[in-house]
Write a protein that binds this ligand. Structure first.
Ligand code: ARG
Length: 572
């Protein structure tokens, strides 16, 4: 049951009657009561009445008697609402038997395409791909849990002119050796060597150019070599996904090359609609509202001067495929902020072309960079960009070490399991708990700390509750009567009833730091409850009630972390 929604539903008709039209009561948690509604303040000017008077009129009409113990006008015109203990206890009790913890499945399920991860063949995944993969995975988990039909698309960079030099380098190395290097994750060296030969060796450069032509012309042998590059890289990426514990699989790869057959059609259709202009031999769209620093209209290149198609054309074809063929109405692109303008222009052109029209809409979920402790772009000691696997392995190693130090009796297998859950969880959480568009600093100490807004803190809170049940020697019983005797247990009840609202908000905004912040608040509130309200030493009804509150907290933490792609462990 969503407490905020319940209160909102009671206030809506009262506000409508007073305002003479629909009003959002804007109910939110309040420092003065349980909840507050601020809508009267915004209405005052429109209605030409003092806000306190409006708030009082709303209170008179609102049916709150069974839900609220107190409802009063305060300050300049807030409505302060205090939920009645009886209602609170009944609502929390209702969560116990609900597997979904009060979160309904969507009443209007959609087909959603999530474009995320998208590394490039024969190139190492870097920290930008880490963020995309982690955020995209959370979006997929959340939307899927809410009943949407989610299509994962891993828009692999598997096409373009660099493949000429990559294939020629593969030929030089021999297929077996090249395959080994790539699937083992020696991508950077492979790419750099190819690049170096291209830059320094005229003969190699000629071969590479011919190879691009052969690839585009569909030469069977060239396609075979290209497939090898793609497959070995995919195999490596899947190993990284397994380590990262995300839900992407081999069937989710739909690389840029998948749209090759549709590119000519995209350009022809744009041309037919009169949306293209020739500019220095290239065919360009100029979506309205995009200008460069000099004020000149910015082009989105549909076909290059050499007749080839590039990244923008591919994205247009992919978007059209997603709306027209997959029938998606929500298109998400989890890609770094530097590509903001690219996507804004692609969406604008797709709208002009009629490929993106309501109810379908596209959202670029842009994100900031991961910085090193020095506040600069993350680099290895040698000054290279950091290899993603190295980062993941370090996270697991550090967390395993901490688990061992904290609990020397732990056997190796248990320590490894905790190390994985906590290390990978910490890395994901540090990302998701930060506002998406902000840069965040990779700080091992902080993100692995058992204190603060961290994964280990939440995982520990979960494990601690599980240990209470081990000591109690009982399983939680869902059918007990909730007793709210202490303020701390009342506060916990209110917090537990807030899960549905934060999930609903996250569904809309995909701003996962709100969900993370909620889970942290829940764990902190539980901690205060646990300090003030003895659980195992309580008796009878009170003990049962407290055990149930503890169990609901554990279940909410586990579900919330699961939505973020983070595992819980039973002991820590
Ligand atoms: N492969 C690109 C990169 O590594 C990201 C692709 C993002 N998705 C898209 N539809 N353009 O930067």
């Amino acid at each position: 049951m969503d407490l905020e929604k319940l209160l909102t539903d009671r206030l809506v008709p009262a506000f409508a009657a007073v305002a003479g039209g629909p009003v959002d009561p804007v109910v939110r948690r309040s420092p003065r009561a349980d909840f507050q509604s601020d809508a009267a303040l915004a209405l005052a000017r429109r209605l030409g009445r003092p806000p306190r008077e409006i708030a009082a009129a709303v209170l008179e009409r609102a049916e709150l008697g069974d839900l609220c113990a107190a409802a009063e006008v305060s300050g300049p015109g807030f409505l302060n609402l205090t939920v009645a203990d009886g209602a609170l206890a009944a609502l929390v009790g209702g969560l116990a038997g609900d597997e979904r913890l009060g979160v309904p499945v969507s009443a209007a399920p959609e087909r959603v395409v999530v474009d995320y991860s998208a590394p490039n063949v024969a190139k190492e995944m870097h920290v930008g791909h880490l963020r995309s993969t982690v955020i995209g995975d959370a979006a997929v988990r959340l939307l899927d849990w809410l009943g949407h039909r989610v299509v994962r698309v891993n828009h692999l960079g598997d096409w373009g002119t660099p493949f000429g030099m990559l294939i020629e380098h593969l030929v030089d190395l021999g297929e077996a050796e090249a395959g080994r290097a790539l699937s083992m994750g020696d991508l950077d060296r492979f790419y750099r060597t190819a690049r170096w030969k291209f830059d320094t060796d005229e003969v190699f450069r000629q071969r590479s150019r011919r190879r691009v032509v052969a690839l585009q012309g569909g030469d069977p042998r060239t396609r075979e070599l290209w497939r090898l590059l793609v497959e070995q890289s995919e195999r490596y990426f899947l190993a990284v996904y397994a380590l990262l514990d995300v839900t992407l699989t081999g069937v989710d790869f739909r690389g840029e090359s998948a749209y090759n057959d549709r590119l000519a059609g995209v350009v022809a259709d744009l041309d037919r609609m009169g949306l293209l202009t020739s500019s220095d031999g290239a065919e360009c769209a100029f979506p309205p509202g995009f200008t460069g620093r000099d004020g000149a209209a910015l082009p989105l290149i549909a076909r290059k001067a050499d007749g080839g198609y590039g990244y923008p054309a591919t994205d247009l074809a992919a978007l059209r495929h997603r709306t027209d063929e997959l029938g998606a109405t929500r298109l998400l692109y989890v890609v770094g902020l530097p590509q903001r303008q690219h996507f804004a222009m692609v969406f604008a052109v797709a709208e002009q072309a009629g490929w993106l029209r309501p109810p379908a809409r596209a959202e670029h979920l842009g994100f900031g960079s991961i910085l090193g402790a020095d506040g600069r772009m993350l680099r290895s000691r040698a000054g290279d960009s950091v290899k993603l696997v190295t980062l993941l392995e370090e996270a697991v190693a550090r967390a395993t070490e901490l688990a061992r130090a904290k609990n020397p009796g732990l056997d190796a297998e248990a320590a490894a399991e905790i190390g994985r859950a906590v290390g990978i969880g910490a890395l994901k959480y540090a990302d998701l708990a930060t506002e998406r568009t902000r840069d965040h600093v990779l700080d091992w100490e902080r993100m692995l700390s058992l204190d603060g807004n961290t994964a280990p803190y939440l995982q520990y809170a979960y494990a601690r509750i599980r240990s209470v049940f081990r000591r109690a020697g009982t399983d939680p019983r869902p059918d007990v009567q909730i007793v709210l005797a202490e303020p701390a247990e009342r506060a916990l009840a209110v917090e537990l009833l807030g899960f549905a609202a934060v999930v609903a908000e996250t569904e809309r905004t995909l701003a996962f730091h709100h969900l993370a912040g909620y889970l942290h608040r829940l764990a902190v509130t539980f901690s205060a409850f646990y300090e003030r309200c003895p659980v195992l030493r309580a008796t009878g009804e009170l003990r049962e009630s407290r055990l149930l509150l503890a169990d609901l907290t554990a279940r909410t933490l586990r579900q919330g972390l699961h939505l973020l792609g983070i595992r819980t462990v039973e002991r820590m």
